[in-house]
Design a protein. Structure first.
Length: 477
């Protein structure tokens, strides 16, 4: 059954009914009063990161509020973040918005729950083992060189769409091989629609809008089905190859997914493979493209950092020789690493981690009642001046003064935490370094409008920059 109409699996833990603040007599953190009906909801929908940041500034590390007549807790201190994501992870399931995402990604690793999640995560670790990354690095470098070969000094490039196209090309090559390029435009178009509808209808109760006979709403199930159809076609084509699903050393991820075996010898079904393929497409290109677009924008607005990155890029033998780097060569790049750390602090690709409490649980001294919605926000916690002085300033050198290992657990979590930590973290960091260094080696980018050096944010399911983010290409060599 396709994801959009599939019911929630019976194997998942039952979720308690939602709570309302009014009439709840248990202890709760402070928060805003009732206010004018609808105003808070409108502010939340208009600028969710800003809304949560303001709650933190006004009410502290733990805050209670109500949306759509349901109880929400924002938990922002590092110990609370770590408590929700790691220490008490079994007391929570994925929260608001993930039911909407499940309509597109099904029971893939991003959206599934226990016990399905544990089985899938255990099986999917193999494709992301470090010994496979060298092969992926060659694909990343080749695709990046092909993209940059199309740039010309004096051009205005739409950095957002170009990074989306490049990272989609890379994930298509690593997932399916080069034959998937014909599907790229179709995947990109349908994924754009699906992500937009997920974000705009993420709050509880808005799923009823799916039944409205209006084109805007009807586009959601069409996009979800179109993505599923593409994945199913690719799986069927791979199945038709002799010995497909037999070789555990297959070069492409799809072949590897079809060959995976659990400890009991069982395989993923075609529906499970389809859901994981769609999850890898979304998480493997959307988030990385956003980080790269933000990083290029920050570099253009900070010439000193850009110059340091250019020097580091020019010192890379693999770039000078026009070859693919080894993992060690690409990852042994300190400036690029700090640029990415700081970009993901200010513009975390996943900027909020919604959860739903399955039971009453104490998290870092806060009593969380079963049924409550809980919002952990990387966007908010990464801007806490206690851990990040002058938090709104782009300053990659802060990671020299305070390395990540010296921060409290939960203070910096761009890839999540615990058994939900992103499985593709090393893949994404390798890809991002290769692309940033290749761009810095060949070109210098400047904002097309010097009066607006940085794009506005458009937070959706991921933390996107708004619009195409046009940048002027200048030659370096």
């Amino acid at each position: 059954m396709r994801a959009f109409t599939a019911p929630r699996p019976e194997a998942y833990a039952p979720v308690p009914p939602p709570l309302r603040r009014r009439g709840f007599d248990g202890p709760l953190p402070p928060g805003p009063g009732p206010g004018v009906p609808g105003v808070r909801l409108a502010r939340f929908l208009a600028d969710t990161p800003g809304f949560l940041l303001e709650l933190h500034r006004r009410h502290g590390d733990a805050v209670t509020f109500e949306l759509n007549r349901q109880l929400f807790l924002g938990l922002f201190a590092p110990a609370m973040v770590d408590g929700v994501l790691v220490r008490h992870t079994r007391s929570f399931v994925k929260g608001v918005g993930f039911e909407r995402m499940r309509k597109v990604l099904g029971e893939g690793l991003l959206t599934n729950e226990e016990p399905i999640h544990l089985r899938h995560r255990r099986m999917l670790q193999a494709p992301f083992h470090r010994d496979r990354l060298d092969g992926y690095a060659a694909t990343m470098a080749e695709a990046t060189a092909g993209e940059l070969d199309r740039w010309r000094p004096g051009d205005i490039v739409a950095s957002g769409p170009r990074m989306m196209a490049l990272t989609l090309d890379i994930v298509a090559r690593t997932l399916f091989g080069t034959d998937a390029s014909a599907h790229s435009a179709r995947i990109a178009t349908s994924m754009e629609v699906a992500i937009d509808r997920i974000e705009r209808t993420m709050l509880p109760g808005l799923d009823r809008l799916d039944r409205l006979p209006l084109p805007w709403f009807q586009a959601f199930p069409r996009a979800a089905d179109d993505l599923a159809e593409v994945a199913e076609e690719l799986i069927a084509g791979r199945r038709a190859v002799p010995d497909a699903g037999v070789d555990p050393h297959a070069d492409d991820l799809l072949g590897l997914l079809l060959a995976l075996r659990d400890e009991d010898g069982s395989q993923l079904s075609d529906d499970e493979v389809r859901d994981e393929v769609l999850t890898l497409i979304l998480s493997g290109h959307e988030t990385t493209a956003n980080v790269l677009t933000w990083a290029l924008s920050y570099l253009a607005a900070h010439p000193d950092t850009r110059a340091a990155l250019e020097s580091e890029a020019d010192a890379q033998a693999w770039l000078a020789e026009g070859r693919a780097p080894s993992v060690e060569e690409a990852m042994d790049t300190e400036v690029a690493g700090r640029v990415l750390l700081e970009t993901m602090r200010l513009a975390p690709p996943v900027w909020v981690a919604p959860r739903r409490a399955l039971e009453d649980v104490e998290v870092a001294g806060v009593e969380v009642p079963g049924g409550a919605h809980v919002l952990v926000s990387q966007y908010v916690t990464h801007r806490d001046p206690r851990w990040f002085p002058d938090p709104d300033r782009f300053d990659p050198d802060r990671w020299l003064r305070t390395p990540e290992r010296e921060l409290p657990r939960g203070a910096y979590v761009p890839f999540g935490g615990g058994n939900r930590r992103c499985l593709g973290e090393h893949f994404a960091l390798l890809e991002s370094r290769i692309i940033l260094l290749a761009v810095a080696h060949r070109f210098r980018l400047a904002p097309s409008d010097a009066r607006r050096p940085l794009p506005e944010a458009q937070p959706r399911a991921t933390y996107r920059p708004r619009g195409p983010v046009p940048m002027r290409v200048q030659a370096r060599r």
